[in-house]
Write a protein that binds this ligand. Structure first.
Ligand SMILES: Nc1nc2c(ncn2[C@@H]2O[C@H](COP(=O)(O)OP(=O)(O)OP(=O)(O)O)[C@@H](O)[C@H]2O)c(=O)[nH]1
Ligand SMILES: [Mg+2]
Length: 407
C-alpha cells in the first residue's frame, strides 16, 4: 500500500446492491470513469465482493463495494446472501440499483428492510433509464422504497445520465451521516500541543521489512495532527530514554507483544498503553472488549476459546494468534485451554460453544465492520476481546494499560 492514499479502512464504504444484472458493476465503472468491474449480460457475473477506491469531489475518499446480485432465487442461496451481508456490514451507506425495466419487487424490499434494520442509509438508483420510453415512474418515488424516504436518482450507466446527480446524492448522504464511520480519535484526545508520545516499535522477526504497519503509521499521523510530538523507538532505545530520570513523556504506546519488556522500563507515573488498546477504542466497542479481557480471569482448563483473525496472513514462527496468545493464556489459566482458529470471513454459527472470543486488532477492518463482528459475539452472550487486551490481561498489566482512558 502506498501511504499517499487513504487506507481502505479510513474511507467511507458504499455498498452497491441490487438484483443480478441490474447494472451494479456498470454503474461503478461509470462513477469511477474506468472499467474496473467486470460487466456482462450474464446474470451472476460478480460472484464475490470487489472494492474500488476513488475520490468523490466534496465527499473525499470512498470505496465502492461491488456485490454479487440478489434475486428471488439467489436470495435463497446462502453463499451469495452471506457475501452481500458482509458488504452491508462494512457499509457506511449503500446504493440500491434497480433495473428501470423490471421495477422494484421482493428482492428490493428485502434489501431496503435489511438496510433499515442495520441503520445503513441508502440511495435508490434507478438504472437503465436509457431503455425507458417516457419519464420513469420509479424515479418519482412511486416504487416502494421502504419506510424511510431514501433519495432516488434516475441514471443510466450506459449513457452516463444522472451520474452527477448520483454523485451529489452520495455526497449529501455522506455529509448527513458525517462521522458515522468514525469513532473516537486514535490518541488525539490524550495529547495537547507539544506533548511527546513515545511509540515503541520492536524490530523483531514479525516486523515487516522496510516499513511500518498501518496502526503505527496512523498513530504517528494522529499525534502530529493534534500538535503532539511523535517519537518512535525500539525497546533498547526506550531504556536509554528512561535512563534520564527527568524524561517524562505524555504517553508511551507499545506494540502489545512487547508489553512484558516495556512495562518494567516505563515509570509508573508515565501513562502507558498499546496500539491495540488505542485501536480497540478507535474502532470497536471499547467497554465490551475490556469486559471480555476481564473474563480471562474466569477461564478454566478445557474451556474452548475462538481466536479470530480478520485477514489471512501466513502464520509465522511464534505467531501471535497461534502461538503467543495460547501460550500466555494457558500459563494464566494454569492448564490447557482448547483453541479454535478462524481466519477472514465470518464467525462460526454456534458461537455459544466458546467461553471467549479473541479478535485480532482488525487493522484491515473499518469501524462499522469491527462493530458488526463484535455485535455478533455479544449477541451470543460470549465475552469478546482483542489481542492486545488479552496479552495485557495475561501479563497482569491491563489496569495499567487502561489507566490513560476514563472508563
Ligand atoms: N441499456 C443499458 N444497459 C445496461 C446499463 N447498465 C448495465 N447495462 C447492461 O446490463 C448488463 C448487466 O450489467 P452488469 O453491470 O454486469 O450488472 P450487475 O448488476 O453487476 O450484474 P451481476 O454482477 O451479474 O449481479 C450488461 O449487459 C450491461 O451492459 C444501462 O444503464 N443501460
Ligand atoms: Mg456485477
Amino acid at each position: 500500500m502506498s501511504f499517499d492514499k487513504a487506507p481502505r479502512s479510513n474511507r467511507i464504504h458504499i455498498a452497491i446492491l441490487g438484483r443480478m444484472n441490474s447494472g451494479k458493476s456498470s454503474l461503478i465503472n461509470t462513477l469511477a470513469d474506468q472499467d474496473v468491474a467486470v460487466v456482462s449480460p450474464m446474470a451472476g457475473t460478480t460472484t464475490d465482493i470487489v472494492y474500488k477506491s476513488m475520490e468523490i469531489h466534496g465527499t473525499g475518499p470512498v470505496v465502492f463495494i461491488d456485490t454479487p446480485g440478489v434475486d428471488d432465487d439467489s436470495l435463497l442461496s446462502e453463499a451469495r446472501v452471506a457475501r452481500t451481508m458482509r458488504a452491508i456490514n462494512k457499509a457506511d451507506m449503500a446504493v440500491v440499483v434497480v433495473d428501470a425495466k423490471l421495477g422494484e419487487g421482493e428482492p428490493e424490499a428485502q434489501l431496503y428492510s435489511c438496510l433499515e434494520r442495520k441503520r445503513v442509509p441508502y440511495i435508490v438508483a434507478v438504472n437503465k433509464t436509457d431503455l425507458c420510453d417516457a419519464d420513469c415512474v420509479l424515479c418519482d418515488g412511486a416504487g416502494a422504497s421502504g419506510e424511510g424516504d431514501a433519495p432516488r436518482v434516475c441514471v443510466s450507466a450506459r449513457t452516463g445520465r444522472g451520474k452527477e446527480e448520483l454523485l451529489g446524492a452520495i455526497s449529501r448522504l455522506a455529509q448527513s451521516v458525517g462521522g458515522l464511520g468514525e469513532g473516537p480519535p486514535i490518541v488525539g484526545d490524550l495529547v495537547s500541543c507539544g506533548d511527546m508520545v513515545v511509540l515503541v516499535i520492536p524490530a523483531d522477526a514479525q516486523a515487516p521489512k522496510g516499513r511500518l504497519i498501518l496502526p503505527q503509521v496512523q498513530t504517528i499521523r494522529d499525534v502530529l495532527d493534534h500538535e503532539g510530538i511523535a517519537v518512535a523507538v525500539r525497546i533498547d532505545q526506550l531504556r536509554q530514554l528512561f535512563a534520564d530520570k527527568d524524561f517524562l513523556p505524555r504517553l508511551v504506546v507499545t506494540d502489545s507483544q512487547a508489553f512484558g519488556e516495556v512495562a518494567p522500563v516505563v515509570p509508573e507515573s508515565v501513562p502507558m498503553t498499546s496500539f491495540s488498546i488505542l485501536f480497540a477504542r478507535h474502532k470497536g466497542d471499547f467497554e465490551l472488549l475490556v469486559e471480555g479481557a476481564r473474563a480471562i480471569e474466569g477461564l478454566e482448563p478445557g474451556d474452548v476459546v475462538l481466536i479470530s483473525e480478520a485477514c489471512t496472513h501466513h502464520p509465522i514462527e511464534d505467531d501471535i494468534g497461534t502461538v503467543k496468545i495460547p501460550r500466555l493464556l494457558n500459563a494464566k489459566v494454569g492448564g490447557e485451554l482448547r483453541y479454535e482458529w478462524q481466519r477472514g470471513g465470518d464467525f462460526p454459527e454456534d458461537l455459544d460453544r466458546f467461553k471467549l472470543v479473541i479478535n485480532c486488532g482488525g487493522c484491515m477492518l473499518n469501524r462499522r465492520e469491527m462493530c458488526s463482528r463484535l455485535e455478533a459475539v455479544a449477541d451470543a452472550a460470549v465475552p469478546v476481546t482483542n489481542y492486545g487486551m488479552a496479552i495485557a490481561a495475561c501479563l497482569g498489566i491491563l489496569p495499567r494499560a487502561l489507566r490513560p482512558f476514563a472508563l
